[in-house]
Design a protein around this ligand. Structure first.
Ligand SMILES: Nc1ncnc2c1ncn2[C@@H]1O[C@H](COP(=O)(O)OP(=O)(O)O)[C@@H](O)[C@H]1O
Ligand SMILES: [Mg+2]
Ligand SMILES: [Zn+2]
Length: 267
């Protein structure tokens, strides 16, 4: 069974910084570049991709041979989420496994097909769960999402250091909610301060892949199950995501190809 050429974790120090929104938009931006893209929602405690991708509530993935799952197609992406598996129909094996093995199982037991890249929407934080996930999964790299607020930057720091500790290359930072675009006059207001992401990127020697403004349309699109990259493919925000997507693929091309995935199950 073919495994994705690259598996890239999208991580953040804390929740609510827009990690899932960034993952969805980055995934669709990559797909628009003609790549075959998968999206794994590994946020076991608060899966939100189903909602953001507009996948109907009652959707459950088809199974094969009583062991494998077929990804759910949405916006040209092959997706899998704990959210698809939380209904009463879910087989016992998918319920209650420890968070770290739940993610490896979702990764290993989904028939992704031939993927250029699989993005993993990681659970927020930099604790043991995230560390274990990073160690157990063969990651080609990680992208850290942060807001410009000091506290989020502190958390982002921990994220960078965690991936460095387990030798996963940090491909770059995405600063989300970087500035507020006024809907009345269009002026740009740096609500949470300026240059935070740039300073952090400089300090760790990792690229700042993009700065996404705090924009009402982003939230409205996400709530409607339509990534803004799909709704406004030629808009400024989609442009930022396209540049980030290109930089990520270029950076992956420079790193060593992934080793064979380590399949570990059952604990
Ligand atoms: N750049 C943005 N502008 C406006 N709203 C945003 C932006 N990024 C995320 N949001 C909104 O913020 C909320 C939290 O985003 P989410 O992606 O769920 O965060 P996380 O996955 O980090 O917890 C969502 O309602 C989302 O629509
Ligand atoms: Mg999330
Ligand atoms: Zn204004």
């Amino acid at each position: 069974m073919p495994s994705p050429r690259h598996v890239v974790a999208i991580a953040s120090g804390k929740g609510g910084v827009g990690k899932s929104t960034v993952t969805t938009n980055l995934a669709t931006a990559l797909a628009r570049q003609g790549l075959s893209v998968g999206l794994l929602d590994a946020d076991i405690y608060g899966p939100s991709q189903q909602h953001m991708l507009g996948v109907p509530d009652n959707t459950t993935p088809d199974q094969q041979d009583g062991e494998f799952l077929l990804p759910v197609e949405a916006h040209g992406l092959k997706t899998m989420s704990m959210g698809y598996l939380s209904s009463a129909k879910t087989p016992m094996v998918w319920r209650g496994p420890m968070a770290s093995s739940a993610m490896s199982q979702l990764l290993e037991k989904t028939l992704w097909g031939d993927l250029d890249i699989l993005l993993v929407d990681m659970p927020p934080g930099t604790g043991d769960i995230q560390l274990t996930l990073a160690q157990r999964t063969t990651l080609s790299g990680a992208v850290i999402v942060t807001t410009p607020q000091d506290i989020a930057l502190l958390d982002a720091r921990k994220g960078i250091e965690m991936f460095q500790k387990v030798d996963v290359p940090v491909l770059g930072l995405i600063e989300n909610m970087a500035a507020y675009v006024c809907t009345a006059c269009g002026h740009v207001e740096p609500l949470f301060g300026e240059q935070g992401g740039e300073a952090l990127a400089g300090q760790y020697g990792v690229p700042l892949l993009g700065q996404i403004p705090l924009d009402r349309a982003i939230r409205e699109c996400a709530d409607a199950g339509q990534p803004i990259v799909v709704v406004e493919p030629d808009g400024a925000i989609a442009g930022v995501y396209q540049l980030a997507a290109t930089a990520i693929m270029a950076s992956l091309g420079q790193h060593q190809p992934a080793q064979a995935p380590v399949i570990s199950m059952g604990d």
